[in-house]
Design a binder for this molecule. Structure first.
Ligand SMILES: C[S@@+](CC[C@H](N)C(=O)[O-])C[C@H]1O[C@@H](n2cnc3c(N)ncnc32)[C@H](O)[C@@H]1O
Length: 241
């Protein structure tokens, strides 16, 4: 690594490697003002990204895709906290530039694909992270990040159907984490592995437990409610052992 490639900030990466708490306000200093200002609404909080990254690594995930990676906050934190390679796909070109600069600044191993979901080969990944990536399609224009991509209810449904297709065709053991849900339906052959209140919502870890295509799909909240009692029972059994 020559001098130009040296990470500029070493404190944050060191803390994340060690599993120590890093304040969002400290992490976000790497970003320009306009990106920092919207952090609480659009980017995953550090603590949430740390937990999600570690959950995925704990299930043996090697190659994680952040679907809609924005300014790279999840990718950077998850990589530094879990050691797994993380890739992001992002439709806004200027956010890719900002994500690359932040990734370099923190010395993280994350990479970014510019484009929409159509540029992704889902077979390259065994794990996905979904922080309500398509919700912005349904926001009032004043609430959207900017007016650069064309957003619409039709795009929302289109993108959801692509992710549902990826999940349905994925091999057994593929896993994914949702934060604020992903808006779509969970194929019936995925099990809820963990669920925890984190940040401003629930973090949920799902894993494909049976190979092949699903016979049915259920909205995420309904699938989580149906499976939560089993999760609770498993946890109680483990605690009592
Ligand atoms: C809620 S932000 C989450 C950012 C990042 N995952 C994080 O947690 O820090 C959602 C991001 O997804 C991007 N996005 C939404 N739909 C997309 C699509 N179809 N293809 C690529 N990026 C998309 C948006 O531009 C936005 O940056």
């Amino acid at each position: 690594m020559n001098e130009k490639q040296q990470p500029r900030n070493t404190e944050v990466p060191r803390a994340l490697h060690a599993g120590q708490r890093v304040r969002d306000s400290a992490f976000d200093t790497v970003y320009p003002d306009d990106v920092r200002r919207v952090s609480a609404r659009f980017w995953t909080p550090v603590e949430v990204a740390m937990t999600a990254g570690r959950w995925l690594a704990g299930l043996g995930a090697h190659s994680v895709l952040d679907v809609g990676s924005g300014a790279g906050k999840f990718c950077i934190v998850a990589n530094l906290a879990s050691g797994r390679t993380v890739t992001g796909v992002e439709q806004r070109a200027h956010l890719i530039d900002i994500a690359n600069a932040a990734t370099h600044s923190y010395g993280a191993a994350a990479q970014y694909l510019h484009g929409t979901l159509e540029v992704v080969d889902p077979e390259r990944f065994d794990a996905f992270y979904l922080f309500n990536p398509f919700g912005e399609n349904l926001y009032h224009p004043d609430e959207q990040f900017d007016a650069e991509p064309e957003l619409s209810a039709l795009r929302y449904l289109h993108d959801l159907s692509i992710v549902e297709h990826w999940l349905d065709h994925a091999p057994v053991d593929t896993c994914f984490v949702t934060y604020h849900g992903f808006g779509g339906r969970i194929p019936g052959n995925y099990a809820l592995v963990r669920a925890q209140a984190k940040g401003s919502d629930q973090l949920r870890l799902w894993r494909k437990t049976r190979s092949g295509r699903a016979e049915s799909f259920t909205l995420e909240l309904d699938a989580a409610r149906a499976q939560a009692p089993k999760l609770q029972a498993d946890r109680t059994r483990v605690t009592r052992r």
